[in-house]
Design a binder for this molecule. Structure first.
Ligand SMILES: [Zn+2]
Length: 116
């Protein structure tokens, strides 16, 4: 999103914007840290070919929730529950596509924004 340049008589606009950026960065850092924990818990590599990059979460059973209804952080919590139920595997992007249902199993879309 392109924001208009700050008005010269509104210097506080800049600090509001930078505070928003900081919150956004913290939110992203927390997400990636939590995701790394989940990836580690699943062995840190593709269950099929052993790749360690472009990893995605794959459901071995149809999941009961719709990914599009949740933001990334909420989805991580749901993945954790699925992991505890033994219904989650780690696959690389390529193997996940070959496992089928690419759109419903793709988990790392970056189209959602932090909740503020
Ligand atoms: Zn793979």
């Amino acid at each position: 999103m392109a924001l208009p340049p700050p008005h010269p008589q509104q210097p506080q606009y800049v600090s509001v914007l930078s505070e928003w950026q900081k919150r956004r960065n913290r939110w992203n850092e927390k997400y990636h840290a939590d995701r790394a924990v989940l990836v580690e818990a699943l062995g840190g590599k593709c269950k099929c070919c052993g790749a360690t990059e472009r990893l995605e979460f794959h459901h071995t059973e149809p999941r009961t929730w719709c990914a599009r209804d949740h933001n990334r952080r909420q989805r991580l919590r749901l993945y954790l529950i699925d992991l505890q139920n033994g219904a989650l595997q780690l696959l690389c992007k390529r193997c996940n596509r070959m496992a089928g249902e690419p759109s419903s199993h793709a988990t790392d879309f970056d189209d959602d924004e932090p909740p503020f």
